[in-house]
Design a protein around this ligand. Sequence first.
Ligand code: CMC
Length: 372
Amino acid sequence: MVVADSGLEGVVAASSSICDVDGLNGVLIYRGYDIRDLAHNSNFEETTCLLWNADLPDRATLESFRADIQANMVLPGPIVDLLRSFPRSAPLTAILRTAFSAMAIYDEDVSDGSIEAVRRKAIRATARMGPLVAAIHRVSADLPILEPREGSIAGNFLYLLHGEWPDEVSEHVYDVCLVLHADHEFNASTFAARVTMATLSDYHSAITSALGALFGPLHGGANEGAIKMLREIGTPDRAAAWVRAALARKQRIMGFGHRVYKVYDPRARELKDMSRALAAAQGDMSLYESSVEIEKVMESDRKLFPNVDFYSASTFTALGIPGALFTPIFAVSRIAGWSAHVMEQLTHNRLIRPRAEYLGERGRSYIPIQER
Ligand code: CMC
């Protein structure tokens, strides 16, 4: 039996036409388009169409998709009641996972596993993930939940969170963040979604599996770790010494390193540029400058580069998003990629069932409990 490297490193688990990561050259493509090209020219709705349909949409397709999203943004009433029933101290990730899973029960296609129904569920989930995360925040902060307005997923998310429609720059920056986070090949949460879908389970189970995998600090939880670190460091002059001390304690620096990228993560470059521009516009470079100091030490001392979770911390902070939401908001974007992968899995399905190299004992005889 051939045994895979630990953590399935380098293992090609299936074929896919959605997204590719070239970790040696730092290139990420969605359906053949470079992520920088999409970040500079596309928007989240259009990128979602690209991920789901394999091509950039024409104007009519995009408008019809936007209308479908707009029509499905409002959360089902029982989900809002459920959010209000949770203890205020509950972790926001646990609330999101539970509430998303519960959405299956109120979905009009709950018992329909056809690809057409999965696509309808994916539209509803993509439309509601932002409003759901914003509602989770507002309930936890004892604020009223707001109704979505006419507008983009990015604009609505910031509006539903803050209670004010964002200015053009903030809406655009958050929209680019959504494009950058939308998919990333067979990352842990996407793989979890595909494994669940491959059993011919339902869409919401697949996405709930993905949410669970996303929340760990080695995956989507790293951005919250990054902002906690930046807050603890305080000022840029303290950053280098803080990081060196942490590395000496063998502490992992959140937002650095990657299983696939051996060079700079292209998403991190875009986020770094946006973080610098927002900080300059707001006249407070402190978080950005601390981040740059950390990056310098990580490169010189460990040859490790920032991943998507590092400069997203200072970017999201500049957008007024609280740190406790950084991990949940990953899902506002990644729902697009998860849905694309779940649909691809279902279209070419085969059960995903690997083997384990058994290292335990064999041939033992049962010992009655009174003789142990
Ligand atoms: N800080 C300090 N040392 C690190 C880091 C880090 N962030 N990342 C890797 N290393 C070291 C690690 O200690 C190990 O050193 P040694 O060989 O001396 O024991 C070496 O680099 C290889 O690490 P690994 O854990 O075997 O690498 P991996 O491919 O299994 O892990 C990773 C990849 C992303 C889990 C890891 O780099 C990490 O823990 N980073 C911090 C968490 C993080 O930022 N996660 C977000 C990943 S990207 C976004 C996403 O997918 O959600």
